[in-house]
Design a protein around this ligand. Structure first.
Ligand SMILES: [Zn+2]
Length: 171
């Protein structure tokens, strides 16, 4: 099948191929440079400045790829600016979960997942937030931290904070 457009991420016409945006069937056209580092974008970080334009695409599959690359780069600033329908964002997240790394474990070695409730097992001074998260505090609906299995994110005293998972016990 002939490809009748340029790379949908950077606009290049070099070595184009179709790329399936799992787990859906939608495809986008990518050049060989984008394809080579889409899974490990930090190796070619300057190339991904192209997403400054692509992130505003109206094509959901392109938004998904921009979101995944920014996530892999840990570029929260750009992620915060992106506008995506909830459904598209969920699609983007699915691809990131699939490549998941080390599991996050609590003090007993139990694996923690998104949405778990945990209890804090020792007093923790929260740097920058000006309070201590007390031993025995329950943290509900925890979130995983991208690229960091040693921490979780959760709400304590109304503030969303990062907590070392080894100081937690799953409830
Ligand atoms: Zn490209």
């Amino acid at each position: 099948m002939a490809i009748d457009k340029n790379c949908e991420l950077c606009g290049s016409d070099n070595g184009l191929s179709e790329y399936k945006v799992e787990p859906k069937e939608d495809t986008i056209v990518m050049c060989e440079t984008c394809l080579a580092s889409v899974d490990t974008p930090a190796e070619n970080e300057t190339h991904w400045h192209c997403l400054n334009d692509a992130m505003w695409s109206e094509v959901p599959a392109v938004q998904v790829m921009a979101y995944r690359v920014y996530s892999r780069l840990g570029n929260q600033e750009q992620l915060d600016m992106m506008y995506m329908e909830d459904e598209v964002k969920a699609w983007a997240e699915q691809g990131l979960e699939a490549e998941n790394r080390e599991p996050t474990r609590d003090a007993n070695g139990t694996i923690l997942v998104e949405g778990d409730s945990v209890s804090i097992i020792k007093d923790l001074v929260v740097k920058g937030a000006g309070f201590t998260a007390k031993q025995g505090t329950t943290v509900k609906n925890i979130r995983m931290v991208q690229d960091d299995p040693t921490h979780i994110q959760g709400k304590v005293n109304g503030s969303t904070i990062f907590i070392i998972s080894a100081f937690l016990k799953k409830l």
